[in-house]
Design a protein around this ligand. Structure first.
Ligand code: ADP
Ligand code: MG
Length: 260
């Protein structure tokens, strides 16, 4: 094993938080695009039946030939489902509302927690990073993401109720480590939708740093109009408005991750 060059091996990172609207999908799109811009081969996997990652990268979720649903139900192997996006070096496993059936259809299936892990194993080293975007719940789809990943990025919105959710997430991580994925690491905690004029934003940021210490990224993602608008144009912010503070913040996050 000592001869393996870690830089040539893919790393799988899950973006998870059971709360909705905290910036999971925005982070997946913009971090992935920033790394792809640095000519790293990147794969993103949309595991939310809402398909926001899919549409946010300009793929029509209502006209998919194949999707993540086909991987969960063993209809097609992952290499048949992966498609290119308009961003060079950035590929996607798309999803749409079909995926909603999976939680029910697979209740009885043996090894249902490891379907994504097994699918990724075959293509893992074709990519420098694989990012898994999760739905806002702790069901089977999120569990598959946590089991498949080497590490987790947790986006935390800079508002009061965010802190409550972190306890639940810590317990879930403990459970996953104790059962299916003992080596799941915290890649980083990302403070999102930061508003520098808002005292509460500063207080939440301070609390999160107190608790998670050096695990919290130096990069703060500001609340920014371009980040909110870009998905409706099917583009990452870096291609919609490269000079926006939002696009620039995800570029610095990418640099921070590459230098860690
Ligand atoms: P999640 O995937 O966790 O549900 P999203 O990434 O979809 O959250 O973000 C929720 C909404 O907030 C989306 O409409 C998104 O465009 C918007 N949004 C996310 N991050 C920001 C930000 N930093 N500034 C402004 N709007 C944002
Ligand atoms: Mg989302």
């Amino acid at each position: 094993h000592q001869f393996i060059d870690k830089d040539l091996m893919g790393k799988t990172i899950v973006i998870a938080n059971q709360k909705g609207g905290v910036g999971k999908t925005t982070t997946t799109i913009n971090l992935a695009a920033s790394l792809a811009l640095a000519e790293k081969d990147i794969l993103v996997i949309d595991t939310d039946p809402q398909g926001n990652l899919t549409s946010g990268l300009g793929v029509n979720r209502d006209e998919l030939q194949k999707s993540l649903y086909d991987i969960y139900t063993s209809r097609f192997p992952i290499e048949d489902v992966i498609i290119e996006t308009s961003v060079p070096h950035l590929h996607i496993v798309p999803s749409n509302i079909d995926l909603l059936g999976v939680e029910v259809e697979l209740v009885q299936k043996e090894g249902r927690e490891k379907i994504l892990l097994n699918a990724i194993a075959k293509i893992k080293n074709n990519y420098r990073y694989i990012f898994i975007d999760c739905p806002p719940s702790l069901g089977l789809l999120t569990l598959n993401g946590l089991v498949a990943a080497d590490s987790i990025i947790v986006p935390v919105q800079c508002e009061y109720y965010s802190l409550e959710g972190l306890g639940l997430l810590s317990r879930t991580l403990k459970l996953v480590r104790g059962s299916f994925n003992p080596t799941l690491d915290i890649e980083g905690i990302l403070l999102t939708m930061f508003d520098s004029r808002n005292t509460l934003s500063h207080q939440v940021a301070e609390e999160v740093r107190k608790f998670f210490k050096e695990k919290v990224y130096h990069t703060l993602i500001p609340r920014n109009v371009a980040l909110g608008e870009a998905p409706s144009h099917g583009k990452p912010a870096i291609l919609y408005d490269a000079r926006s503070k939002g696009a620039q913040s995800y570029l610095s996050l990418a640099k921070e991750i590459l230098s860690r």
